[in-house]
Design a protein around this ligand. Sequence first.
Ligand code: SF4
Length: 272
Amino acid sequence: MLALVDRHKPLHVSIVGGEPLVRYRELNSILPALSARGIYVQLVTSAVREIPREWAHIPRLHVVVSIDGLQPEHDARRTPATYDRIQKHIAGHRIVVHCTVTRQQINRPGYIEEFLSIWSERSEVRKIWMSLYTPQIGEESEERLTPDDRGRVVADLMALRHRFPKLEAPERMLDVYAVPPQSPSECVFARTTSSVSADLTTKIEPCQFGGTPDCANCGCVASAGLAAVARHKLWGLVPLGAIFTGSVAVGEMMRRRRERIDAAPTVSTANG
Ligand code: SF4
């Protein structure tokens, strides 16, 4: 894993599941090594087992706990990583709560508010992120939000962000939930990240969801955050995304040039 990181030289690494905590012994070595390289690490866990206490002191490590709704819905979906276990296992940490909003969670008014209220009260929670369920193209499932559902959730979050300071949901980011990127080629997140499977070799494309994700219904908090930055206009004129696209084009041109030079035949002399 460290060799892969050294090859890519990322600014930020996300370690996600399955469940990273099943490899906590390896992570006891890997996390400090990544921190020593100055890399920011986000470890996404269900908190199904205790999060090692010593991780609370690793610089640049952010522990994100996935909690999908209130106890009945979460426990139905995430057992054995139940509410009871999470509440015990986050002790001594400062975590980010990450909730993916699915259709099951919005059957009654006030659901998201109750969720934010419960987790905002916990001293271990420093931030709350809300993603919306991102389906695959053509997926019909119980989780998938309808366009009306999305509109309602975005409107709720717009209002709730003023009442729950731990909810990190800037207005510009919520605007992206209303109008997501339409394809991976429009997605700054997909274009600036590489996702690799647990075999450390197989690439997951076009983004962390793999397969054929339905970008027009994307609700990924990270993708929306970066898209919000890209849509911001410098001096009110130039969208940062245009500068980013130009920068990527120059980078790709330079890479192709380097590859051509590397592939050019070399001449050996008698003395080498
Ligand atoms: S993160 Fe969302 S918008 Fe970006 S490629 Fe994946 S599904 Fe599409």
